[in-house]
Design a protein around this ligand. Structure first.
Ligand code: HEM
Length: 376
């Protein structure tokens, strides 16, 4: 329901009071004790009190002359008019029942010169069936997925709790779409490079939800007005070697690594499945002191958000990171599909993942593979 006009809001007044008092709305999960985020949409105590007092006093309209000008419910794109749009040439059919392997669709950009992208939005046509969409940038002359069709869906089934080797790539990621995270953009002077001749490779995680549906996802991009000072790379660090015992209410999975070269940290995006309950991004200083960059309490698979640092941070080569996820495989977790299961890494939502994505800005001449070359 759009909450843009008084007649639109009034019937919801009591539900709004409850939603803001319990902080269920607006959706935001960063522990306020750690970090500051540019896209923090949580309400202050004062704002919550104002809303609650207004509802308790009868939710009166006030003077219509003081209202902001009426706006239509935004249609189209939240990033503004895209400079380029890429759409699946045909819809992917999603059956009502059964396990659906990740579907890959290759979309050629047909760019004849290099482009810098400052905003991107992913729009499934059937959001109810899309658990995630990862948009990879596959540069020209690819070795990755070389023999696969263009524009038609295909799959690369995972096997025995390991990713399919054919799905592994050093390609950069343009954006990860999840429920609650449908567009992205980078601070001024930073942008994503799409080289001439690149393809976008969509990895679609569809889940059957009882109805036969079809999805035709499209991607819109807005180009930077001038060449950026820094290029954005989307990196990920995760752990896929774990076994979560049945019934365990607080199973810890950690992963650590060092930054190969100096770079500017821009944003953090935790990803787990239905048993994920908490996620921490930690920076371990040389003296062993630990700084918490982000702590997501009450992780919710239905609200996977990207946390953009209010102040991007320049970090030197050798900076030590540790990401830690906590999982609740007990019957007390209402989202748990099976508390009796021993849970391992897997692509489906009833299996688990522990991945911390993070965006870093680097010298625009450096691509993803070069960033990982360590200088001696
Ligand atoms: C101050 C800002 C907001 C208020 C007052 C508000 C209020 C509400 C209310 C009253 C409900 C119904 C809850 C119920 O069923 O009891 C709701 C649900 C919902 N809201 Fe909001 N909301 C706010 C911000 C947002 C934002 C920023 C988003 C999206 C990014 C959002 C997305 C949703 C969705 C998807 C639902 C339905 C699913 C759910 O209950 O989780 N809301 N909101």
């Amino acid at each position: 329901m759009p909450l843009l006009t008084y007649p639109g809001v009034r019937p919801w007044a009591k539900a709004i009071r409850d939603a803001v008092l319990t902080r269920r709305m607006p959706p935001w999960f960063a522990d306020p004790r750690f970090g500051h985020f540019a896209n923090d949409r949580s309400l202050s105590k004062n704002e919550i009190e104002t809303i609650v007092e207004w509802v308790d006093a009868g939710a009166a309209e006030g003077n219509p002359k003081d209202a902001p000008p009426a706006r239509a419910w935004p249609a189209g794109w939240s990033i503004g008019a895209p400079d380029a749009i890429f759409e699946m040439p045909e819809a992917v059919r999603i059956p009502a029942k059964g396990t659906i392997e990740y579907q890959y669709v290759i979309l050629p950009t047909r760019f004849t010169d290099d482009k810098w992208v400052e905003k991107v939005e992913v729009q499934p046509s059937d959001r109810s069936s899309v658990h995630h969409a990862v948009v990879y940038i596959r540069e020209s002359d690819p070795t990755w997925l070389r023999n696969q069709p263009i524009g038609r869906p295909f799959s690369l089934p995972a096997n025995n709790h390991r990713p399919n080797p054919a799905s592994l790539t050093t390609s950069d990621i343009l954006m990860v779409y999840t429920p609650g995270n449908s567009s992205d953009g980078w601070p001024r002077g930073m942008a994503k490079k799409i080289k001439a001749g690149s393809d976008l490779v969509l990895q679609m995680h569809y889940t059957a939800n009882g109805k036969d549906v079809a999805d035709r996802t499209r991607i819109g991009v807005v180009f930077a007005k001038e060449p950026p000072m820094q290029a954005v790379l989307t990196l990920q660090m995760g752990n896929d070697k774990f076994v979560i015992p049945p019934g365990d209410a607080n199973f810890r999975i950690a992963v650590s690594g060092t930054l190969p070269n100096q770079a500017t940290l821009i944003s953090l995006f935790p990803h787990m499945h239905l048993r994920g309950k908490r996620f921490e991004y930690l920076l371990v200083e040389p003296n062993g002191r630990i700084e918490t960059l982000l702590k997501v309490n009450d992780y919710d698979f239905n609200w996977q958000l990207n946390y953009r640092l209010a102040q991007p941070r320049v970090l030197p080569a050798g900076t030590r990171f540790q990401w830690v996820g906590y999982f609740d495989n007990s019957p007390n977790n209402p989202r748990n599909p099976d508390p009796k299961a021993e849970v391992r890494f897997g692509e489906q939502s009833w299996e688990e993942m522990m991945i911390g994505f993070f965006d870093m800005a680097v010298d625009p001449k450096i691509g993803k593979p070069a960033f990982f070359e360590r200088k001696r």
